[in-house]
Design a protein around this ligand. Structure first.
Ligand code: FMN
Length: 195
């Protein structure tokens, strides 16, 4: 099967996918932000989150990946409904010298432990140091899994319910196949003994 067909089947099937809205900075100080839905959390101690830029012929190395390799630091911001249009806008292919914060009307906020900026409009920001790069294939359609060690986490009080993040307050958005996004319908299914 041509890789493009396999890719379409995969992104239509593995849904809904959470979205890492990754902010980074180049060695020249140019700020960058872009969404990645090949994203998840893989370990808690150390806290490891990962996302995967894909290689395409026109974009062998996306700016985010170049920045992560150059500085070894980035921030994963959680995408929510309030910023859906702006998050989507940062997914377009801008040249490396473009600052997507300016283009999308977003506010860079300083991080505490990494040089990459946070997206101030996102209620959750994971400041990450590069833990490992896993090269998955080579050439068109291949990917690079970027595993980051979260060294500092910011959570807006407005999405908290005691010590937990409340999904109803968070209003996360997820990627579906094609041009579609999804918002979760929260099903209240709680056992009192569940941690
Ligand atoms: C919601 C969403 C999810 C995306 N997920 C991915 C992904 O997982 N991997 C990828 O390579 N590109 C993904 N893209 C496309 C990148 O965001 C796009 O190529 C972007 O221009 C990369 O920016 P950069 O060059 O500044 O890193 C996604 C786009 C959108 C809108």
């Amino acid at each position: 099967m041509p890789w493009e067909d396999a890719y379409k089947l995969a992104i239509g099937s593995v849904v809904p996918r959470p979205i890492a809205w990754v902010s980074s900075v180049s060695a020249d100080g140019i700020l960058n932000v872009a969404p990645f839905s090949f994203f998840n959390c893989f370990a808690a101690n150390p806290l490891i989150l990962g996302f995967a830029p894909t290689f395409t012929d026109d974009r062998p190395k996306k700016d985010t990946l170049a920045n992560v390799i150059a500085l070894g630091e980035f921030v994963i911001n959680i995408a929510t409904e309030a910023t859906l249009e702006r998050m989507d806008a940062t997914g377009r292919p801008y040249p490396p010298d473009a600052d997507e914060f300016v283009i999308a009307g977003l506010t860079p906020a300083p991080a505490i432990r990494v040089r990459a900026p946070r997206v101030a409009e996102s209620p959750i920001n994971f400041e990450c140091r590069l833990h490992q790069l896993v090269q998955l294939g080579e050439g068109e359609g291949s990917g690079t899994l970027v595993l980051g060690h979260a060294v500092h986490v910011h959570v807006d009080d407005g999405v908290m319910d005691g010590t937990r993040i409340d999904p109803i307050l968070l209003q996360p958005v997820a990627r579906m196949g094609g041009p579609y996004y999804a918002r979760p319908e929260i099903l209240a299914f709680r056992r009192s003994d569940r941690t």
